[in-house]
Ligand binder design. Sequence first.
Ligand code: NDP
Length: 480
Amino acid sequence: MKKLQNYINGKFQAPVLGKYIENFDPSKGVVFSLIPDSDAEDVSLATEAAKAAFPKWSTMTLNERSEILLRLSKGIEDRMDEFVAAESLDNGKPVSLARQVDIPRAVSNLSFFATAILHFASESHYMEGVGVNYTTRKPIGVVGCISPWNLPLYLFTWKIAPALATGNCVVAKPSEITPYSAYLLSEVAMAAGLPPGVLNIVHGLGASAGDAIVKHPDIKAVSFTGGTATGAYIARTAGPMFKKLSLELGGKNPNIIFADCDFEDMLSTTVRSSFANQGQICLCGSRIFIERTIYDKFKTAFVEKVSRMKVGNPSDPSTKQGAVVSKGHMEKVLSYIALAEEEGGTILTGGNQVILDAPHDNGYYIAPTIIEGLPFDCRTNQEEIFGPVVTLCPFDTEEEALMMANATQYGLAATVWTTNLKKAHRMADEIHAGIVWVNSWLVRDLRTPFGGVKASGVGREGGWEALKFFTEPKNIFIKS
Ligand code: NDP
């Protein structure tokens, strides 16, 4: 059985205590590899390596750093098939999705920030007759990057690329549930000539390895993507240490559909925005609000399309829904479906675990599920389920749609469907969210600010925002 290792100081290293965790293939429910169960000692070794590498890495020319990061990007691209297979095996997502979205996006994250850094400039503020201020932006030092399991390499590289590009050295932890593509990235880093210690990848549990990153006094900033409860814990822990924090957390995103939308475009996009990656994308629209005049038409068409989605082996090209990520997560999602029924909801399609033929009969499959008849403020409509489950809710007026859309603790993303330009602007303006898509979903431009409001997070990633997060500004005034 494959035994993954930590990547510390440019080499593979076994965990100090020699302990390993089982890593499951969710499509079959079997263990396929072991990963280091690292703890604070491994994080300390990684941090020491990063500190030692920092002076040289941070003073390299931008072009030198850029070239190395471009080699990392190319290194993933050259092993595309291997990365695609690893991501699907680890996460349960359809191979087709890993090929279209996850791995190409990891390639782009690295090449985007490798070149963005060449164009990043700091500000100068001229004071007529008084002097000039100029601002320098220096790397922070050693930074921690902690990422979740839903888009493993996509989100891992989304953090480490800007961190490295700006000259920081990194101690990173992928989710222990999906470590494989980050492990392959260590191989790519070695082949690409990334200097030892610049990037260190420590595998292990959040409560031990993750926590050690958050608490290490020499790790000066933490960029975290994951659940809101974990984010709150990290903020409580790192806040008093005055660490810089970027927290990208959960969502319960509204998808608001007006009667005047382009119905066919809305319908096919809503199938995707509800169920892509088995609904395990923080941007999925899990609460669908539909103007009452088209509620029945929408419901019939949506249920018909969704009930035809094939749940199956992730390697089968015709599969639309693969496995959810773990047994524990499957049980959590199924328990929310049971809660929805207790709360008075009616299941229109799905609602059950799906048992496939051998060898996938122990995999973690859930039929895409649509529920109606629930009040907007019940637990099912308030808590993040993060699985293939959406609720339908009719509305009569713009005000009512907005009120219900905004009535959660979250504020990550929202989708609005209307051909009325003024209405689109009004809604986009009033929705509590960091990202609003009008007549579209998940169209991403890596230059734009990415992140949420309220319990969906603190700070923004993407473009200049990420480069600013990973640098410390200093203003210098010179008298004229
Ligand atoms: P978790 O919060 O459970 O975990 C995220 C990462 O943090 C994992 O690597 C985890 O390790 C680690 N971790 C857990 N506990 C600690 C701790 N005490 N200290 C430090 N690190 C810790 O989230 P999930 O992995 O379950 O991911 C799903 C969540 O991520 C959803 O809520 C989703 O909305 C959110 N998300 C947000 C996005 C955004 O951009 N806003 C994008 C994608 C997902 P381990 O795996 O061992 O638990």
